[in-house]
Write a protein that binds this ligand. Structure first.
Ligand SMILES: [Zn+2]
Length: 407
């Protein structure tokens, strides 16, 4: 073989080896461009509760947590729904409404302290206008209907304060709906008052969120609601068989037939059955140890022990590819118009997948979708277009309600 041929062969081999790398970096660049170009809406980020536990300034880079302004800009995030999360035990203890109010005030203060960076979004028009002005929108969703406290007029009160979706229940069944985490199914679905809540949300233009509720409650909502609904942070149950917190294929089909959207939760528990089972058994061992040694969970001693235990029992988290697989599952099942992003950032801690550790990493997910041959138009819908379509429709249904009643 002549020297030129040898040289050419060597060059070709180097070229072959580089093909995937060149592709990868081209797709990565494209993903970053699309993240900036499209409106990214994330329907569930637990910033308010995080700041209630430990105050921090999210307008600058924070040392802890999954969200802050600089990282949102890197990730191309435009409209993170701030979760106004109310712990389930306040339903009995009292104080749910006051608690929700305090979290809403936290979000409003973030916006009023940093008008060049953040603004509350009360409508789809707000999100698009603020996107045009380079401002990160902070729409709000209320996780748990407990703060309604049995009074329909409180729904209008929270609407006026900026709430644009309500997750009917959280960890325990409440006066509105049964919870998928609670063995005690009070209502075998939603309560008679819960039906009124759904209709009042339709009338006002608040999206109904079916994450966290039982299957029976989901079917009740689908029967009662005049508007499409969202699952703000649920993944596909076909990956975690039997786990009611995720949404089943039949439910996805019904949700889509009513033009709703399921927004995929990134937590590894939601994404991978293996992770969820191992995490569950780890949690059981920790709780057993605490019980045997009379240690309170969350106490200084408890936290230290749990930290040490976790070091000795690490669990491999899911990967950004696995999250893309959930999106792909919904798309294959019902089409590309019914899936979105509901990360649960600041809510699922260490269980976030590799490649999706904080709000700077949405481009990694877009990159996976590009690798799976998703088109720009598909990706625009998944990133936020679908959620905005549902929100617009909910606004429209509210207008129709008001026109009918002459309000
Ligand atoms: Zn949740």
């Amino acid at each position: 073989m002549k020297r030129e041929q040898l040289f050419l062969l060597a060059a070709l081999c180097v070229g072959c080896a580089n093909v995937p790398k060149v592709n990868e970096s081209r797709l990565r660049h494209e993903a970053e461009t699309l993240a900036k170009r499209f409106i990214i809406v994330d329907t569930h980020i637990d910033v308010p509760y995080r700041l209630r536990e430990k105050t921090d300034d999210v307008s600058v880079r924070t040392l802890t947590g999954d969200f802050d302004y600089p990282r949102a800009i890197v990730g191309g995030l435009n409209a993170p729904f701030m979760s106004i999360y109310t712990p389930a035990d306040l339903e009995e203890k009292g104080g749910a409404k006051t608690h929700a109010d305090s979290l809403i005030s936290i979000v409003q203060k973030i916006a009023s302290d940093n008008p060049a960076k953040f603004a509350i979004a009360y409508s789809v028009a707000d999100v698009t206008n603020q996107f045009g002005r380079g401002i990160v929108s902070l729409p709000m969703g209320m996780e748990n209907g407990s703060p309604i406290e049995g009074k329909l007029e409180n729904i209008k009160y929270f609407y006026d304060r900026g709430i644009r979706y309500i997750t009917l229940a959280h960890g325990k069944s409440n006066h509105i709906s049964d919870s998928s985490y609670d063995k005690d199914e009070k209502w075998n679905g939603i309560s008679p008052f819960g039906e009124k809540v759904v209709l009042e949300m339709n009338r006002l233009g608040i999206m109904v969120d079916v994450s966290h509720i039982t299957d029976s409650a989901f079917y009740d909502v689908m029967r009662v609601s005049h508007a499409p609904v969202i699952a703000s942070h649920s993944s596909c149950r076909s990956f975690t068989p039997g786990w009611q917190r995720n949404i089943s294929d039949d439910m996805i089909k019904l949700l889509a037939s009513n033009a709703g959207v399921v927004c995929i939760n990134f937590g590894s528990d939601f994404i991978s059955d293996e992770y969820r089972r191992r995490d569950e058994s780890r949690r059981d061992s920790v709780l057993k140890y605490f019980e045997e040694h009379n240690i309170e969970r969350g106490s200084e001693e408890g936290r230290k022990w749990e930290e040490e235990y976790s070091k000795g029992h690490p669990i491999a988290v899911a990967d950004v590819k696995d999250v893309a697989a959930h999106i792909d599952h919904v798309v294959k099942l019902v089409g590309v118009d019914y899936v979105g992003i509901g990360s649960d950032f600041d809510g699922v801690g260490d269980s976030l997948p590799t490649g999706l550790k904080d709000v700077s990493q949405y481009p990694n997910l877009i990159c996976e979708l590009l690798k799976m041959d998703y088109t720009e138009s598909d990706i625009r819908k998944i990133c936020g277009g679908n959620v905005l379509r549902v929100w617009s429709r909910v606004e429209e249904v509210a207008r129709q309600f008001r026109n009918r009643t002459g309000e």
